[in-house]
Design a protein around this ligand. Structure first.
Ligand SMILES: Cc1cc2nc3c(=O)[nH]c(=O)nc-3n(C[C@H](O)[C@H](O)[C@H](O)COP(=O)(O)OP(=O)(O)OC[C@H]3O[C@@H](n4cnc5c(N)ncnc54)[C@H](O)[C@@H]3O)c2cc1C
Length: 377
């Protein structure tokens, strides 16, 4: 069967792109190797920016809301900071992604989950994907929404520059009373792992506890994780939902995210904030931009290069400031923790940026004007 658009990957990026295109009458097929609902290692924190990209109805998925961040340094010296009204909403990725995919199916996209794609191809006249069962599907456009280890990215001549970081995330069932102590707040602990942090996010019936580093040099992630849990007095999970995952941190340098007939979106394009690890907003937003770009090109309005330009200008250029801030914070974590502790205005501005209600660019200029350490890079 001939499709207009083939989408490889049904995370937030692929499902959003598929929903919008199918809603405009495009014949869309979405493939995912996993059967939905599927577990995805993720904190499931939705910033204000991400919330603004979701279609109505997502509020029903929210398991907790946090208006406060508690910053730690090596699980010590807690610094609670309230946001000025901005709130992070906690969701389960299992439920969010299933809901997004249902939305795409309702809009008319054909969904094939539990179906790994083994090869992709682009010719002058079209694109094709081949399932692991050998079957070939043809279309006019291809969207690579297949996450951090994207097959689409590796198969076609894109140019991306993300640095792969590593993470370990566990769902920790909280004993009676423990969960209540974490409600309404997110806990971030810096300094316990090179170039990264540990987190605790409250969910409906458990805590999402994890640790990650934006460099792959770190070895023995489990050891860092155990130290993190022990430092906070959390039970060390031995079981089940404790999974490692790659996180592709953007360097903010820009790239080429299109070919003649294919686009990369979300993690496949390396669109993750290199300071905070936020990726859901970038997945949703790039999914939308990709849908708009395909619509324009299918309507005879130029080529897909406008999509790369838009990604570079709208998403990656601001992340360049996140990358600059990350370089200082992760190199000089104890100094920065003292600075933030001593300056409530810095702490407040930082939380606003983390919650998505202020920009890294403003924060970067604010910090550089006032503190010499931010002029070192
Ligand atoms: C531990 C951790 C914690 C995180 N916490 C947060 C957070 O709290 N907030 C936030 O905003 N971001 C967070 N992120 C980042 C966020 O999870 C990602 O940026 C986001 O999931 C990207 O969405 P996506 O649609 O691009 O890719 P994904 O959600 O990764 O979806 C890609 C899909 O492609 C499928 N796929 C891959 N290969 C194939 C193939 N060959 N054939 C068919 N299907 C394929 C996969 O099965 C998957 O379903 C976190 C990331 C990690 C690793």
């Amino acid at each position: 069967m001939q499709y207009d658009v083939l989408i490889c990957g049904a995370g937030p990026a692929g499902s959003t792109c598929g929903r919008l295109l199918a809603g405009q009458g495009f014949k869309v097929a979405i493939f995912d190797q996993a059967s939905f609902p599927r577990y995805k290692p993720c904190g499931g924190g939705l910033t204000g920016k991400a919330q603004g990209e979701l279609a109505p109805g997502w509020e029903d998925l929210v398991e907790d809301s946090a208006g406060e961040v508690i910053f730690y340094h090596r699980q010590k010296d807690p610094l609670p900071v309230n946001s000025d009204g901005a709130v992070i909403k906690m969701v389960s990725r299992e439920r969010l992604d299933a809901w997004l995919l249902e939305g795409a199916a309702r809009a008319g996209a054909a969904v094939r989950d539990g179906y790994p794609i083994a090869a992709v191809r682009e010719t002058e006249s079209g694109v094709a994907v081949q399932g692991a069962d050998g079957r070939v599907w043809e279309g006019s456009f291809l969207v690579g929404a297949d996450g951090a280890r994207s097959l689409v990215r590796r198969s076609l001549p894109f140019q991306t520059e993300a640095t792969d970081g590593i993470t370990l995330e566990c769902e920790v069932p909280a004993a009676d009373g423990v969960l209540e102590g974490y409600r309404g707040q997110v806990l971030l602990s810096y300094g316990g792992i090179p170039a990264g942090y540990g987190w605790v996010f409250p969910k409906g019936d458990h805590l999402s506890v994890g640790i990650g580093s934006f460099t792959r040099q770190v070895k023995g992630l489990r050891r860092y994780f155990d130290t993190f849990c022990r430092g906070l007095g959390l039970p060390i999970p031995l079981q089940l939902r404790c999974r490692g995952a790659v996180i592709p941190a953007a360097g903010g340098q820009g790239g080429v995210f299109h070919t003649r007939r294919a686009l990369l979106v979300g993690d496949a394009a390396g669109l993750v904030d290199p300071f905070s690890g936020e990726g859901i907003y970038y997945a949703l937003r790039s999914g939308r931009l990709a849908a708009e770009a395909i619509q324009t090109v299918a309507g005879g309005g130029g080529g897909l290069e406008a999509y790369s330009r838009q990604l570079n200008d709208e998403l990656l250029q601001p992340l360049h400031y996140a990358w600059q801030i990350a370089r200082v914070v992760y190199a000089l974590t104890p100094v920065v923790h003292r600075l933030v502790t001593a300056n409530p205005e810095v702490a407040r501005r930082l939380v606003e940026v983390l919650f998505g209600s202020a920009t890294y660019e403003d924060l970067w200029h604010y910090l550089r004007e006032r503190y010499a350490i931010f002029r070192l890079v």
